[in-house]
Design a protein around this ligand. Structure first.
Ligand SMILES: [Zn+2]
Length: 209
């Protein structure tokens, strides 16, 4: 939202809902309270996921509002915090990509949440963004499944679609939430099979085990 519009319709802090002053993306209190060392999870050997938050409390609600209630402004803070986590994790990257949702969920929601966040994070990190993966297979919704079912549910569902931009590249792969890591794991394998040199992942939040 630009400056003039923000005077008439001030944005709200994604985490506590208080009114913000342009160009704030979250209030100072939440920024201080929520900022800590990034959460790092090993997805599989050689591939890690960094996130600024655990998936709980105000963060969980802010993500829910972003995905299901049209709070698109929340993406500003999410992408800034992801960039901060990625920098402090020290990942090497030539480019940024994302885990796509199916065509039908993108159509229903009107946007792909991970696409939006990954593009913004790439801009902040000052590296190019490419949509390197497409969801070409159908599967069940992950959150309804057990960890073992989740792992099987994502196999063969994603395809690398930009071979030139994938080969020999260090890639940062972004998804909204990292639950068991099975989707990020499958998409990392797809990129590595397509010749990526290295893959690391990032998400807004990681589910605490
Ligand atoms: Zn706040």
């Amino acid at each position: 939202m630009n400056f003039i519009l923000s005077l008439i319709f001030p944005d709200k802090c994604p985490y506590c809902g208080c009114l913000l002053k342009y160009p704030q993306t979250a209030c100072e209190r939440c920024k201080t309270e929520l900022s800590s060392a990034p959460v790092i999870k090993t997805i599989f050997s050689g591939v890690c996921c960094a996130a600024p938050f655990y998936y709980e409390g105000d963060v969980r609600q802010a993500i829910h509002h972003f995905k299901f209630r049209g709070a698109k402004f929340n993406a500003e803070s999410f992408s800034e915090e992801i960039a901060r986590a990625v920098r402090s994790a020290g990942f090497c990257m030539d480019e940024v990509t994302y885990v796509p949702t199916s065509f039908s969920s993108r159509w229903k929601r009107g946007f792909d949440q991970s696409d939006v966040i990954a593009r913004k994070a790439a801009k902040i990190l000052d590296v190019p963004f490419f949509p390197l993966i497409r969801k070409t297979g159908k599967n069940k919704v992950q959150h309804e499944l057990s960890p073992e079912e989740r792992r099987k549910n994502v196999i063969g569902v994603y395809t690398a679609v930009m071979p030139e931009e994938t080969r020999n590249k260090s890639i940062l792969l972004i998804d909204d939430i990292c639950t068991t890591g099975s989707t990020l794991s499958e998409c990392s394998k797809v990129l590595l099979s397509a010749g990526a040199k290295e893959v690391n992942c990032a998400s807004i939040a990681i589910v605490r085990k």
